[in-house]
Design a protein around this ligand. Structure first.
Ligand code: FAD
Length: 419
């Protein structure tokens, strides 16, 4: 039975809160934990929603749940949206009018997926800003009969892997993205080009160089007519939107916590906010990464590592968060990882560790900024590990390259080995 006051109150029912509850339990076996979550479901392993649930026949839906309540004894206050935080009285208020007190609180609310103005007077549910396990279930239901035309909008790595996952169904998939070449904002140009070819080989139609501006659902069983920024229109049975999130931190800013322009909550090396009883972790935290500098990271390795670290610190461990996170994705069975910033506007030093014309072959790419025009030394801002297997030493080797400071560019090839 939910209480009105908790030793630890975790705001947001996602991956960082799950990890925080586990971190608290490592230090404090008895303190009461409450988790307030807007979704009606318990936390899930979110990356599975765009990957394994589509691509891995051995991964069942039951495996998606993190099991937070059972493992930690936390009370789950689900379907409750936090709307106000009172740092003087140490309470939060939810949209349903519930007031909950805390000794220490964590903000881990991530954000709300961006949507488009798509008129759906029939509430068809066939336009899906994709984020939650319910979104997955809806998309799975809509793609499990016939061969519907699914238009996926967005060019991020997450929506790209979802489009790849959808090719495992009978759906006809179209991917609409603003870039000239898919993933060219982060991949070396030739690799991006070969990945595109790969998508086309799997039957995905690519509509490049345009976004979507809005649309209309044409009747309860009619198509969704989507208007593109190019002025063209495209019809679909289902539209999936992967347009990023806007952070859910308004209540924290209103409570006086220090935030930055994008809504990120400023925290110190212990993930503690400007209020001494409130921590932040996961997507919302702007933290001082010891290698990469102050930043906000929307990736799972950071969510689980910062969540655990915040939980331990809330329970009195007194340890800073020193982990430099990586992120990973999987496309058509090929796994890649990234540490630091992958921006193709930086100079990219490619270290090919496999055949040139095979998109699944191993590649290490170092994203560098020269110390001066024509200088042989440069700072490495990011490292891409393309084709890396899970759990190798390569991720740590990439972290070392980033931490090393300026390096002679000619010495980069070979510093990170993928196998
Ligand atoms: C489909 C998908 C695939 C992904 N794949 C990858 C991947 O392959 N690799 C990778 O590195 N990262 C991936 N990510 C990103 C990663 O999952 C997130 O960075 C991570 O989940 C962040 O954890 P979090 O706890 O901060 O946010 P979340 O896990 O999103 O949890 C936040 C929770 O807070 C709730 N909430 C929001 N506002 C309120 C409020 N006011 N009151 C109460 N609750 C609230 C939300 O509903 C949500 O349940 C993926 C994300 C998605 C959506």
């Amino acid at each position: 039975m939910a209480k009105g006051h908790y030793d630890y109150l975790l705001l947001g029912g996602g991956m960082a809160s799950d990890a925080a509850a586990r971190g608290i339990r490592e230090v404090d076996p008895a303190g009461t934990i409450g988790i307030v979550g807007r979704e009606a479901t318990e936390p899930v392993t979110r990356p599975a929603l765009s990957k394994k649930l589509w691509t891995d026949p051995d991964f069942s839906f039951e495996q998606v749940w993190t099991g937070t309540a059972e493992d930690t004894g936390a009370d789950m206050l689900l379907g409750e949206t936090v709307v106000a935080l009172d740092t003087d009285r140490r309470t939060v208020r939810t949209a349903s009018g519930r007031e909950i007190g805390y000794v220490r609180a964590l903000v881990a609310t991530s954000g709300t997926p961006a949507s488009l103005d798509i008129h759906d007077s029939h509430a068809s549910g066939r336009v899906i800003p994709f984020r939650s396990v319910r979104d997955y279930e809806r998309l799975r239901g809509l793609t499990s009969h016939g061969s519907p035309h699914v238009v996926v909008v967005g060019g991020s790595y997450i929506v790209t892997e979802l489009a790849a996952g959808l090719t495992e169904t009978d759906a006809q998939v179209t991917l609409v993205f603003t870039q000239d070449t898919l993933l060219d904002q982060m991949l070396p140009a030739d690799l991006a080009g070969r990945v595109e070819l790969w998508f086309r080989t799997h039957g995905v139609e690519l509509v490049r160089g345009t976004g979507a501006t809005g649309g209309e659902v044409q009747g309860p069983d009619g198509p969704v007519r989507l208007t593109l920024s190019s002025g063209d229109q495209i019809e679909a049975d289902v539209v999936v939107l992967g347009l990023g999130i806007s952070l859910e931190t308004g209540f924290a800013a209103e409570a006086g916590l220090e935030t930055v322009d994008d809504g990120g909550i400023v925290v110190d090396a212990h993930l503690r906010s400007s209020d001494p009883a409130v921590w932040a972790a996961g997507d919302v935290a702007r933290y001082p990464d010891p290698v990469l500098g102050a930043r906000r990271v929307e990736h799972v390795d950071h969510a689980t590592s910062s969540g655990r670290s915040a939980g331990r610190d809330m329970a009195g461990a007194g340890e800073p968060y020193t982990h430099t996170p990586f992120y990973y994705s999987v496309l058509f069975g090929v796994r890649y990882e990234a540490v630091g910033t992958l921006e193709s506007s930086l100079e990219i030093v490619v270290d090919r560790q496999g055949p040139v014309d095979d998109p699944s072959a191993r590649v290490v790419a170092n994203y560098v900024e020269r110390e001066a025009d024509g200088a042989s030394t440069a700072r490495v801002h990011g490292v891409l590990l393309w084709g890396v297997e899970e759990g190798t030493d390569a991720t740590d080797a990439a972290r070392e390259v980033l931490a090393a400071g300026p390096v002679d560019v000619d010495t980069l090839p070979g510093r990170v080995r993928l196998g």
